[in-house]
Design a binder for this molecule. Structure first.
Ligand code: FES
Length: 152
């Protein structure tokens, strides 16, 4: 059973959509279910000034995507990178155990958007972020084999 907050964010998601000329875009697929999420960030002076998402996924995926945009907005990128799935789940008043994997989608998408921003701005990419990116790329290939090409 979903918490009241999950239902609230699922039924009235915040920051849905795209950003024109984003500073970074993160696109991830969930290896457990094949759902996908795209997250856009606009960064100024290393602060996430705007953030939007599009998610093709379940209620938990939409709620976690939505709440991560609120948590990450106006954060410095180094602080946004510290947002964990545990923090997201707690902010939503919990998730059913079978839905925990859905929260990973939002955290990974944000990390990928920051990775993209750093790469585009030819900045040094922290090793953990690089490793995370490599894992996501591998998973995307597996997902494409299992569920077909991720629409870009
Ligand atoms: Fe796929 Fe939730 S079941 S993200």
């Amino acid at each position: 059973m979903y918490s009241k907050k999950v239902m609230q964010y699922f039924l009235h998601p915040k920051n849905v959509g795209e950003i024109k000329n984003p500073s970074g875009v993160g696109e991830v697929g969930n290896i457990v279910c094949g759902d996908v999420m795209k997250l856009y960030i606009k960064v100024k002076s290393d602060i996430i000034k705007d953030i939007k998402f599009k998610t093709l996924g379940c209620a938990a995926a939409i709620a976690t995507s939505s709440i991560i945009t609120e948590i990450a907005k106006n954060k410095k990128i180094e602080d946004a990178l510290k947002i964990s799935k545990e923090e997201i789940i707690k902010s939503l008043g919990g998730l059913p155990p079978v839905k925990i994997h859905c929260s990973v989608l939002a955290v990974d998408a944000l990390k990928e958007a920051i990775y993209d921003y750093l790469k585009k701005s030819k900045r040094e990419i922290p090793i953990d972020l690089k490793k995370n990116h490599e894992r996501i790329e591998k998973e995307k290939k597996i997902i494409e084999k299992m569920y077909g090409k991720i629409k870009r």
